[in-house]
Design a protein around this ligand. Structure first.
Ligand code: 13P
Ligand code: SF4
Length: 315
């Protein structure tokens, strides 16, 4: 889109936002122009926390479906809009509620800890929700002898097992973006940039995490780049975060780790296509028409809210 059209659209969005007492939330993985118009940018934990604090009639969640659902569950009296209902999440899709229910039935003595990247139906079957920001902190607070099912991200679950000394039963799900970073490319980048720290999201596979100096949620990685005196960093997470890193640290350099390219089906980018479905045009249209609106079935929301609130209390 031409720059002048973007400027016009941004002004129209600002006007609608003021008229309708709306607040725009965006995840760090969204397009730069979406992060520019957002009132609040955050990782999944911060987005959920902030949603409960804002005083607005309409919340627009520029992220993916489960983030809008979480927001609606926490703020049932507010109108929650999401610019594109098709913005899903491969990780959330890797755990269907009926499969989790069957797994729970096979392990009746286990409690369920679920990553926030799950559907409301899965959260309704969960004892406590976690995000990558607070997973260690929350698992550490559970009774030492608790038997735990952790899902759906296998990479995050293995990492949390390794840092907590737990032996949680892991669901075999993964994020298609974080599991495709190339170890070979990372080793090459490390060799070309000796001494440069590697920052990785815990959804990455174990061999990538083993080569990383800092492992954390998008917010934790961002905060590290701001606090550190280093000037260059190698980044293994979705590339949308680079926009905020560069904005926060204009004098620093961020080197993204590329994904593996499998012949024929390989993708040459480390972008989450679901996050990129949020565009200025869609934000404008959803504010103007007040749709698509997020709805969560009452019974599901009532069950899911306890596992999310437990997370907020334990964070
Ligand atoms: P954060 O919890 O770091 O925001 O991550 C969410 C996500 O979808 C990562 O792929
Ligand atoms: Fe889901 Fe992966 Fe996209 Fe995050 S990056 S929203 S886990 S598909």
């Amino acid at each position: 889109m031409a720059e002048k059209d973007q400027t016009k659209l941004k002004a129209q969005i600002a006007e609608l936002k003021a008229q309708k007492n709306a607040v725009i939330f965006a995840h760090y993985y969204t397009r730069p122009e979406i992060q520019e118009i957002a009132d609040f940018i955050g990782d999944s934990l911060a987005l959920a926390q902030e949603a409960t604090r804002v005083d607005a009639d309409i919340l627009v969640m520029c992220g993916v479906h489960f983030m809008g659902e979480t927001m609606k569950i926490l703020c049932p009296d507010k109108k929650v809009l999401i610019p594109d209902m098709n913005a899903g999440c491969s990780l959330a899709d890797s755990c269907k509620a009926e499969d989790l229910a069957a797994f729970k039935a096979q392990h009746p003595d286990h409690m369920v800890v679920s990553y926030v990247n799950t559907s409301a139906d899965v959260k309704a079957l969960t004892d406590v929700v976690v995000t990558s920001s607070n997973a260690k902190k929350i698992v550490d607070q559970l009774p030492a002898d608790a038997k735990i099912i952790f899902g759906p991200d296998h990479n995050l679950g293995s990492y949390i097992n390794s840092v907590t000394g737990r032996n949680m039963l892991l669901w075999n799900g993964a994020c298609h973006v974080h599991s495709r970073f190339s170890l070979e490319a990372l080793l090459k980048l490390k060799a070309e940039n000796p001494g440069v720290e590697v920052l990785a999201h815990p959804e990455c596979k174990a061999p990538i995490l083993a080569q990383s100096d800092v492992i954390g949620s998008t917010k934790a990685l961002l905060e590290h780049t701001v606090k550190s005196s280093a000037k260059r960093f190698i980044i293994a997470t979705e590339s949308g975060i680079l926009f905020e890193m560069q904005r926060a640290c204009p004098d620093k350099e961020f080197i993204p780790v590329p994904p593996e390219v499998t012949e024929g089906i390989g993708c040459s980018c480390n972008e989450c296509e679901y996050m990129r479905m949020n565009t200025l045009e869609k934000v404008y249209a959803c504010l103007r028409d007040e749709k698509p609106e997020m709805h969560v079935e009452k019974e599901t929301a009532e069950k899911a809210v306890s596992s999310i609130q437990r997370m907020l209390q334990m964070s």
